[in-house]
Design a protein around this ligand. Structure first.
Ligand code: PGA
Length: 254
């Protein structure tokens, strides 16, 4: 079975003390990460090492970065390279979150470069895609997302695309409390899988974990994750509350 993944995206939140407290609380809250499941914590850069230490030895639990540079090491003040992430043992990185696309002008071609830098260091991308409200209202979300996938991922090899992780996050559902219905999620996830299948074949498309993101919380996770093409979630707000995220982990398909 492809991996079922609960990924916490803390964004730019929490002091170090609060971050450690959140992990401690989560660890003491009842949750199980099964063998075909992953729990992931995308934490701010300064906390990567500390949170990794706290989670050391937990099986199927990983710490992720929220971004990496499109370039290799060099004179790029303020950037963090995939090589640096690799050097501190980080195995996952979120690439192309809509906030990065919108506020930092990351285009599909820049994101293709970020994906390349991550793969060069054997850091696994969690590639985000998703449409803004006006695209959803116009009914052109399928072709919009298809273009994001084509322009950032279609240069990859079959080997790289095997077990790849994509997060579908409709922008109108992020941090708004407005969730896509589980049927809307399933419809888009099936489309994404079909787009991947069209380029890389059915077997590889079947191995790709497609996460849903956008106002996932304890109360709606089980319904959304129950859909056949939804392989877990990328969770912002609710991942900052230990009990919420523990329930979200427990809602993954077994
Ligand atoms: P949200 O954020 O769960 O707060 O809507 C999701 C995300 O942006 O990854």
């Amino acid at each position: 079975m492809r991996k079922q993944i609960a990924a916490a995206n803390w964004k730019m939140n929490l002091s170090l003390e609060q971050a450690e407290q959140l992990i401690d609380e989560l660890l003491s809250t009842d949750h199980t990460v099964g063998k075909d499941q992953i729990a992931m914590f995308a934490v701010p850069f300064p906390y990567l090492i500390k949170i990794s230490e706290k989670l050391k030895g937990k099986s199927n639990v990983y710490v992720a970065a929220q971004n990496c540079a499109a370039t290799k090491n060099g004179a790029f003040t303020g950037e963090v390279s995939a090589e640096m992430l690799d050097s501190i043992g980080i195995r996952y990185v979120i690439i192309g979150h809509s906030e990065r696309r919108e506020y930092y002008h990351e285009t599909n071609s820049i994101l293709a470069e970020k994906v390349n830098r991550a793969f060069e260091q054997k850091v696994n991308p969690v590639f985000c895609c998703g449409e803004p409200l006006q695209i959803r209202d116009a009914g052109t979300q399928n072709s919009y997302v298809e273009t994001q996938l084509k322009e950032s991922l279609f240069h990859l090899s079959n080997e790289q695309m095997k077990d790849f992780i994509i997060a579908y996050e409709p922008i109108w559902a992020i941090g708004t409390g407005k969730t896509a219905s589980s049927d809307q999620a399933q419809e888009m996830h099936a489309h994404i899988r079909a787009v991947i299948a069209g380029k890389f074949g059915n077997d590889i498309a079947g191995s790709v974990s497609i996460l849903y993101g956008g106002s996932v919380k304890a109360a709606n996770a089980a319904d959304i994750f129950s859909k056949p093409d939804v392989d877990g979630g990328l969770v912002g707000g609710a991942s900052l509350v230990a009990k919420e995220f523990a329930t979200i982990i427990n809602s993954l398909k077994k």
